[in-house]
Design a protein around this ligand. Structure first.
Ligand SMILES: [Zn+2]
Length: 480
């Protein structure tokens, strides 16, 4: 990660390099300066993978990496010591499906994502930063954004100017005219003059018809800082004009996206609910299925598993409670019938996912929300995961497993120096302390048993996570 200090150092070195070759020894001395160390003592470690905590550990962080993990006392005389007082130390959480630019556009908008067509960039940007500020106090140190962002917000978070998690991003989602990514308002559709709609101009979505347009859109995303890309391969819930059963994107179009991403050493993702669109995507070489909630055939799960691809399911959509949602659960709105269909498939889906042992990562996937609804939905999503897959698999989906999905960005990985989602020597120092054992109780990492009707967190904080470290820096500390 580039810190402000890092930038300053880079400018200094560049100037010296150009003007004063003889100062090289000074630079060498600078490089040898010891990195700051932070030593956690008296903690039980959940490493992101194991079914048990390792008790009585010490963990030494040096710079932005984990340097030592030991049951023995670690000798680090210059380190700042944090006594964990028997808390659990575990990896910072990863949310593998977010929409920072769309998360809070529920304020003053009852038309779903289409309503965001009427927003200005300053509204979107301000609400996106407010969305980003939700994550660190909840223990989430990495998010993966799946349409709607270029690298602007990330640049300022990574520089230290703004507070927020690490961000993996897909750039504008790519989709066909009339498909899930077509959020044009009616007058814009009728116009048919090729002029871009507001959400296209804002980089939320790119309408692309034909393999050449998909190639161009994919490469344009990569040019704009995308680490991977996403295309709409089937009908969606939040779009008003496409049937949820519709297959979207041709084999040539999906193939074009996969070709362009694999040339850059990264992966392609798709939005897809049902069997046919998932199969098309897997055949084309897509490695990440977003949602997949209407998959009903064992064969489809097998195909995903055999390709070693991933599914990031919307688990809350399987719960009865989703029909109480003010948008998805409102029978007067077009999303209702689609939501009801998905909700019915929950039992089958969970069984098939378990039988196929397919790769799964946790994603909250909440759009067009207010803070109350967002916090309720995200926290409930964790509960739904626990009910379906148990606490260990849920925690892995939020840490080590999600970390593997992030690493598939390969040559385009914005954080390429170490692993995310694990407590290992050499991994990034993204660490949280938890007031108890999350393997026994997911509420400690924010799970809440009801989507609605509970008092939502009044602040972004999950109070049972008193300390959060991102990239070696303590970004939340309410100990004492
Ligand atoms: Zn989504």
């Amino acid at each position: 990660m580039i810190t402000l200090k890092g930038w300053a150092g880079a400018f200094t070195a560049a100037c010296l390099g150009i003007t004063m070759a003889h100062v090289a020894p000074l630079l060498a001395t600078e490089r040898e300066e010891p990195k700051p160390q932070i030593l956690f003592t008296n903690v039980h470690v959940f490493d992101g993978k194991s079914d048990k905590l390792t008790e009585g550990m010490s963990v030494l962080v040096e710079g932005n990496l984990i340097k030592k993990v030991s049951t023995e006392t670690i000798d680090a005389p210059g380190a700042t010591v944090i006594d964990g007082e028997g808390r659990t130390l575990m990896p910072g959480l990863i949310d593998a499906h977010v929409h920072l630019n769309m998360q809070f556009v529920g304020y003053g908008n009852d038309r779903g994502i289409q309503g965001a067509q009427l927003f200005t960039w300053e509204e979107i940007g301000a609400l996106a930063y407010e969305a980003a500020r939700e994550y660190l106090p909840a223990g989430v140190t990495t998010v993966r954004d799946l349409c709607g962002m270029s690298q602007g917000l990330r640049k300022h978070i990574d520089s230290g100017a703004l507070k927020g998690p690490r961000i993996y991003l897909s750039g504008a989602c790519i989709g066909q005219s009339s498909g899930h990514g077509d959020w044009r308002l009616e007058p814009e559709v009728i116009r048919q003059d090729g002029e871009k709609s507001n959400l296209e101009l804002l980089g939320f979505t790119t309408l692309a018809d034909g393999a050449n347009e998909v190639l161009k859109a994919t490469r344009n995303n990569l040019a704009g800082g995308a680490d991977f890309t996403k295309m709409m391969a089937g009908g969606g819930v939040t779009s008003e004009r496409d049937p949820i059963e519709s297959v979207q994107g041709t084999a040539e179009e999906l193939g074009a996206m996969v070709a362009a991403t694999s040339q850059f050493g990264t992966i392609a993702a798709v939005h897809a609910y049902h069997d046919e669109s998932v199969k098309n995507a897997i055949r084309a070489g897509v490695m990440s299925i977003e949602h997949g909630n209407l998959m009903m055939e064992p064969k489809t799960f097998q195909m995903v598993a055999e390709a070693d691809a991933w599914i990031v399911p919307a688990m809350a959509a399987f719960a009865d409670e989703v029909l109480e949602h003010p948008y998805y659960g409102n029978p007067d709105l077009p999303a209702y019938a689609k939501t009801a269909k998905i909700q019915k498939n929950g039992e089958t889906w969970i069984r098939l996912a378990k039988e196929s042992n397919v790769n799964l990562a946790f994603g909250s996937d909440v759009v067009v929300s207010t803070k109350d609804v967002w916090r309720g939905s995200r926290d409930f999503q964790i509960t739904q995961w626990g009910r379906a897959f148990g606490n260990l698999r849920t925690l892995k989906a939020m840490t080590s497993d999600a970390g593997k999905l992030m690493a598939l960005t390969g040559d385009m990985n914005p954080y390429p120096d170490a692993a995310l989602g694990v407590i290992n020597v050499g991994a990034y120092a993204d660490i949280i302390l938890v007031d108890g054992n999350p393997l026994e109780d997911l509420s400690l990492v924010g799970a809440s048993p009801k989507m609605f009707g509970v008092e939502s967190r009044p602040t972004p904080s999950v109070d049972t996570i008193p300390l959060v470290m991102k990239d070696g820096l303590i970004v939340k500390n309410t100990l004492n």
